[in-house]
Each structure stands twice: as structure tokens, then as C-alpha cells.
Design a protein around this ligand. Sequence first.
Ligand SMILES: Nc1ncnc2c1ncn2[C@@H]1O[C@H](COP(=O)(O)OP(=O)(O)O)[C@@H](O)[C@H]1O
Ligand SMILES: [Mg+2]
Length: 277
Amino acid sequence: MRALLAAAGVVVDHPGSPRVLDGLDLTLIAGRRLALLGANGAGKSTLLRCLSGALRPSSGAVLVDGEPLRHDRRGLARHRQTVQLVLQDPDDQIVASEVRHDVAYGPTNLGLDAAEVATRVDHALDALGIADLARRPVHHLSFGQRKRVALAGAVAMAPRVLLLDEPTAGLDPAGTVALLETIEVLEARGVTVALSTHDLDLAWRWADEVAVLVGGRAVVGDPGVLLADDDLLRQAALASPWQARVLRAAGAAIPTPRPRDAEDVVAALGIRESAIG
Ligand SMILES: Nc1ncnc2c1ncn2[C@@H]1O[C@H](COP(=O)(O)OP(=O)(O)O)[C@@H](O)[C@H]1O
Ligand SMILES: [Mg+2]
């Protein structure tokens, strides 16, 4: 298992607020889905900003392939081609008024020639299913569409790691399904995805590994174990996912592998389909 991106002993003090991250360790493995969980203010966005290079930790290090990130111009320019962060609010990310120009912004700044930029933009718009929006003004688009534009901008940088800060927040259910499908497309292209979320149902279903932020550190492990750990969830001010609650209410242990969706839970409980019509 290859450590692609890691936080080692990361400490962050924001001026005027209590210490946010307090010696946090976390490792992203290539090809493994990581969900970052924690209550409001737990430090999810702060950690993602550290991992992306946008925020320099007060102490500790961010490592790519085991090499510490250097926060100088060259180090950060290189880092941006490996790791891209998509902010929770697309309006904090979008810089140009037309979709195509916005998605082209990052690759253009890399100094790529126009043909390469155009290819990258086309691929990113295709991956996000928004090729038809290419010439539209960004401010005419819906929130969900602007989120896709922001994600396309990150994809056009051809990163190995995509960090998504609460990518489903504010999306309707169809938008969430579409996002998860997009993530699969990106994973098939070799991108490793980590996301932060409040949605523990989603984390249970989607993630290979979860990191629960408590007291400025990450408790990392298997979703089927950590998201059924009531003490941990209480400390983190989170509520357990429905899958774990249903199994518990039925008096069933959580099997390995865990039942991820409704069909799996029904099967785990030994309920025959005839019984639920
Ligand atoms: N730029 C900043 N200046 C001061 N405090 C900040 C700043 N950004 C975040 N914080 C504080 O850091 C803590 C963690 O915030 P954040 O990382 O946004 O948490 P989360 O994303 O888990 O909701 C909060 O208490 C927040 O108020
Ligand atoms: Mg946040």
C-alpha cells in the first residue's frame, strides 16, 4: 500500500481561536477512498487546506510520496499538479466569468500551450458532464452546476489526488448520485479521492477508510468499526449512520464486509424479499 499524501504531526493555530489541529497524523493511500468526518469546526477544512498546500501548518509536515512539501514557489507549484482541493463553496473557487475560461485558468497558469489547455478543458468538462455549459456565464448557473465547474477546474490540473470539501453539501439527491458517479469516472482514470462530509450514511456507503476528527487529531479506521463506535461518535458530536442503527435495532452484529446499502442490510438481516413485498 503506497502512501500518496500524508499529514505528519500537523499543528494549526488560527489567530484568536483555540488550537484547531493538534499533532494530526493521516495517510492517504493511492486508490483508497477516504472520508474525513467531524462536527462543524472540528478542523476538516483546515486539514484539507494544509494537505493542498494552501495553508502552512504551524508545525508538522505534509508529505507527498514521503517527501515533505516545501512552501516555496516551486514546491507549491509542483504540489498543485499532484493535489487539488475543491472548496465547499464554488463561489470561493471560480475566477472567470465564462465556464470554459474558468476551467482553463489553472492549466493556463501552468504554462501549457493552448492546444494542451484545450484538451485538458475538454476532458474535464466531459468527466463532469458539463460540456454543454462551456460557453455559459458562470453566474447564470445553478449552485450544483457551479460546483461541477469548480470540480472541473481541479480535474483540468490532472492531479493524482482530489480533495473535496463537503462536495455533497447543498446538492439535491440526484446531484449527490451524479457526483458519486463522477468520482468513479475520475477514480477509473487513476485519481485518488478524499472528501469531507457531515453525511455519515454516505461515508459508511462510500468510504474505504474514515478519519474522525476529535480534539485536533484524526482517529482513522474501517468505516464499519469506527462508525459503529458510539463513544467515538459522541466525542466527535456525530450520529451513527442508518445502516448501523438498523443492524443494532435488529440485534445483529455488523458483519465484515459491512452491508453498505439497503439491499446489503436486508441480506445481512436474512430478510427474504417476499417479506418486504
Ligand atoms: N482563517 C481563520 N482564522 C481564524 N480561525 C479560523 C480560520 N479558519 C478556521 N478557523 C477556526 O478553526 C476551527 C476549525 O474550522 P474548520 O477547519 O473550518 O472546521 P470544519 O471544516 O470541520 O467545520 C473553527 O473553530 C474555526 O472557527
Ligand atoms: Mg469545513
